[in-house]
Design a protein around this ligand. Structure first.
Ligand SMILES: Nc1nc2c(ncn2[C@@H]2O[C@H](COP(=O)(O)OP(=O)(O)OP(=O)(O)O)[C@@H](O)[C@H]2O)c(=O)[nH]1
Ligand SMILES: [Mg+2]
Length: 196
């Protein structure tokens, strides 16, 4: 199996949705959830490692280290000119939105069209987070039906205050499926070259 296991995953969605808070949490950057809001200037890239279980028969039970490049993009449309370059070569996409936004479905559709559909990524290379950025345990959850084209994309209600683990676990699941898409194809090619 190749040693080089690197994934580029984008975090996109409207301003103030909670992308940078989620990115910091996943990368293990310490932060104050109640701190002041500082909008991301264009883009920041966080790098960290994840260990995932391999699903291939030959390596059953083994784990594999994957280097993650998490591209935490500003949701501000004033940076839109850079989005085409940002999405180039993305292996996976996380769309974050505020479930209290009445037009959320349209909004998700737009982000999905731009960053997922145009890249030819599959449903399992994307996830949608209805993120509670209020810190209130009683904040309403998103339970509306998404348009047909999004119905198979995994969607989770997340909160870093009440259930941060869920965000981490579902991110790991995404890394797993994105990794499978990318590396198993390549590993299979290598094995067939080696005649195994
Ligand atoms: N308590 C709490 N507050 C959150 C959480 N997520 C986001 N917030 C609040 O929402 C604000 C905006 O979150 P950010 O992560 O900066 O938003 P963003 O999506 O990165 O926004 P842009 O960079 O402008 O696109 C933060 O400053 C926090 O006040 C959360 O899980 N818990
Ligand atoms: Mg941000």
């Amino acid at each position: 199996m190749s040693d080089e296991a690197r994934l580029k995953i984008l975090l996109v969605g409207p301003v103030k949705a909670g992308k940078s808070m989620i990115a910091n949490y996943l990368a293990g950057v310490s932060q104050n959830l109640q701190g002041d809001y500082h909008g991301t200037v264009a883009l920041r890239i966080l790098e960290f490692e994840r260990e995932i279980a391999t699903t291939k028969k030959q390596w059953q039970g083994a784990t594999k280290k994957v280097q993650i490049e998490l591209w935490d993009c500003s949701g501000d449309r004033k940076y839109e000119n850079g989005w085409s370059a940002i999405k180039e070569g993305a292996d996976g996409v996380v769309i974050v939105f505020n479930p209290e936004n009445k037009k959320a479905e349209n909004e998700i559709q737009n982000w999905h069209n731009h960053f997922v559909q145009t890249q030819g990524l599959k449903d399992n290379q994307c996830m949608i987070l209805a993120h509670n950025s209020s810190g209130e345990a009683t904040a309403p959850k998103f339970n509306k039906k998404l348009p047909h084209s999004l119905s198979k994309v995994p969607l989770f209600n997340t909160s870093l205050d009440t259930d941060a683990e869920l965000t981490r676990n579902e991110f790991d699941n995404l890394v797993n499926s994105v990794s499978k898409e990318k590396f198993e194809k390549r590993d299979n090619e290598e094995l067939s070259i080696l005649g195994e």
